[in-house]
Design a protein around this ligand. Structure first.
Ligand SMILES: [Zn+2]
Length: 185
């Protein structure tokens, strides 16, 4: 039986944490949940619609392959995959699929607020058996499909700052490419 590394990458507000928890539930609940820097704090996956579940916090030096070789779970769900260390921890996930025979479902943001691929998301796209869009459409204020994350500060789109800034969702917006490129949040 062949196993898969599946990537679900998209914009903010597309329900990726909700979908990650739904997968965990639908697959029986006996797999491993990983997350990194969730908005609610360490060791938890929380979704905007109120679902919450304990998860293992992945720190930058954590060896995912060793952990999975020990746990031997039936499947793995990773949320906030964009914050993993690239390429190392994404390589661990691919190695776990091939070496341990486990399916891995990884959820995260594709690009940062400047429109660049997160290094972990890039590595995931390179290695994934499948890259899927998140099923929930998020619209730009103009009504077009929202494809880019923007950081908004005082009503104006920001073009600098720390990429990793969590728990501060009100200062983000999802825009279409045209308005992201034009800086019109
Ligand atoms: Zn737009």
């Amino acid at each position: 039986m062949s196993h898969e590394l599946v990537a679900y990458l998209g914009v903010m507000d597309a329900g990726k944490s909700t979908l990650a928890l739904q997968y965990h539930h639908s697959l029986g609940g006996h797999g491993v949940l990983y997350t990194s820097m969730d908005r609610s704090g360490e060791g938890v996956i929380s979704s905007r619609i109120g679902l919450e579940h304990k998860a293992k916090e992945v720190t930058s030096d954590f060896d995912l392959y060793d952990d999975l070789a020990e746990l031997r779970p039936p499947y793995v769900v990773v949320d906030e995959v964009q914050f993993l260390t690239a390429p190392k921890q994404i390589n661990h996930l691919a190695d776990a699929v091939d070496g341990l025979g486990v399916d891995v479902y990884a959820f995260g943001l594709k690009t940062d607020f400047l429109g660049r691929l997160f290094p972990a998301s890039q590595r995931l796209i390179e290695l994934a058996d499948r890259v899927e869009e998140l099923p929930v459409r998020v619209n730009c204020w103009c009504g077009a499909r929202g494809t880019h994350n923007a950081r908004v500060s005082g009503g104006v789109m920001a073009f600098s700052g720390d990429v990793v800034e969590v728990g501060d969702m009100d200062s983000y917006a999802v825009l279409c490419r045209r308005h992201h490129r034009a800086g019109l949040a």
